[in-house]
Ligand binder design. Structure first.
Ligand SMILES: *Cc1c(COP(=O)(O)O)cnc(C)c1O
Length: 387
């Protein structure tokens, strides 16, 4: 049996929509992308949705739209992919790395509050919905992360690369905070091969993101070729970027979006089976759910090997690979990465929970075409090595 870490499901309307794009002769950003944006925005309950060519681009444009600039401080967890923090550096701002809650891998209101007290001059906070579940964004007594940031005048950007579709008591991920960014990278919840989406309820932020994703040009090409005014004329309002998404990608995205909830249910099936087969293992910790299962995107299924286990995390990954089982590590934290460690003089002692989590963590295969038999096989090998 060979079980890859991930395999995309592309057996919906992908080919049909791709054919439509190819037949239309218009391959770059046009009608299919406009349709993808409309449907995606409706899906997450956000008024403005801007398609871009990666989640990294979306995060960059989000910080730019919020006015983050040279010397500004931006809060970000250390347990994330480098994209969450590199975009802060794109703008000359400085990341302030935060520890996480060991049980969930998430930022908590307490962690954010402490950072806000320590740093009076924070401009924005990037919240990562690690693994596919929302962090605590708001509470009835206004003690959630977004509540605390609002009170402190700090803007919130949500890195929802793992969290589609996901929800919490406030509604869908994408409906709270200033700007939410999604990823459609090949191994994310839905894919366009490469792609991303920034969503917001604020028309000014949306306009700035639209402008900056296309060279700072005040009219996009599609508009120039479909509207009645002069086709050739455009102005450049700012030195923007080249971050637009092609209709080829959006065609795949539209087909994936139709099945996003089905995909989520299939991942939940895998997660529940893993939970029932692994919950008795005393040598590992499972990530604690803080939302209901039907609110969880179940993008990752991380386990944390405890330090007293009969096998180390690294050895376990090797053994599983020999069994034909692909795994991954999410993440070697950013405070351990050379660039951030040296630039910001970061030390492991300042990230005790991130250290505890990352030292033992590995992510198991979880995706729609992973059968119950596959999950049972992975779990049986884990039980074998960990007891
Ligand atoms: C995948 C990922 C990104 C980057 O997404 P791209 O679409 O590849 O740019 C950002 N943040 C997190 C947490 C991710 O997992």
């Amino acid at each position: 049996m060979r079980i890859p870490f991930f395999r995309p499901s592309l057996d919906g309307n992908e080919y049909r929509y791709l054919e439509e794009v190819l037949a239309s002769g218009w391959l770059n950003t046009a009608g299919k992308t406009a349709e993808f944006e409309k449907r995606f925005g409706d899906f997450v309950g956000s008024e403005y949705a801007m398609a871009v060519n990666s989640c990294t681009a979306a995060l960059h444009l989000a910080l730019d739209a919020l006015g983050v600039g040279a010397g500004d401080k931006v809060l970000v967890p250390s347990l994330t992919f480098t994209a969450s923090a590199e975009v802060i550096r794109y703008l000359g701002a400085d990341p302030v790395f935060l520890d996480i809650d060991y049980a969930t891998g998430l930022l908590t209101p307490g962690i954010v509050e402490e950072a806000l007290n320590q740093h009076a001059d924070v401009k924005a906070c990037i919240v990562v919905h690690y693994g596919g579940q929302s962090a605590c964004m708001t509470t009835p007594d206004d003690r959630g992360i977004v509540d605390l940031c609002k009170k402190a005048g700090v803007r919130t950007v949500i890195d929802a690369a793992h969290a589609f579709p996901a929800s919490d008591n406030y509604g869908m991920v994408g409906s709270i905070g200033d700007i939410t960014c999604f990823s459609f990278y090949a191994n994310k919840c839905i894919t366009t091969a490469e792609g991303g989406m920034a969503v917001t309820g604020n028309s000014d932020l949306a306009a700035r993101i639209r402008l900056m994703r296309m060279h700072g040009i005040d009219r996009d090409v599609w508009d120039r070729f479909t509207s009645k005014s002069a086709k050739w004329e455009y102005d450049v309002a700012a030195p923007g970027f080249k971050y637009n998404l092609s209709d080829i990608s959006s065609a795949i995205g539209l087909a994936q979006l139709e099945r996003a909830e089905f995909f989520r249910c299939e991942r939940a099936r895998c997660a529940h089976l893993y939970q029932s087969l692994l919950s008795k293992l005393e040598t590992i910790d499972l990530v604690e759910p803080r939302v209901r299962s039907d609110q969880h995107a179940w993008h990752l299924f991380p386990i944390v090997v405890r330090c007293g286990a009969p096998i180390s995390r690294n050895e376990l990954i090797e053994r599983l690979a020999e069994d034909g089982i692909g795994t991954s590590v999410h993440y070697k934290p950013l405070h351990r990465m050379t660039y951030y460690r040296e630039t910001y003089h970061l030390e492991e002692v300042d990230f005790p929970m991130t250290e505890r989590f990352w030292t033992g963590c590995l992510s198991l295969p979880i995706y729609p075409c992973l059968s119950d038999e596959h999950v049972e096989f992975v779990a049986s090998r884990l039980v074998h090595y960990l007891t």
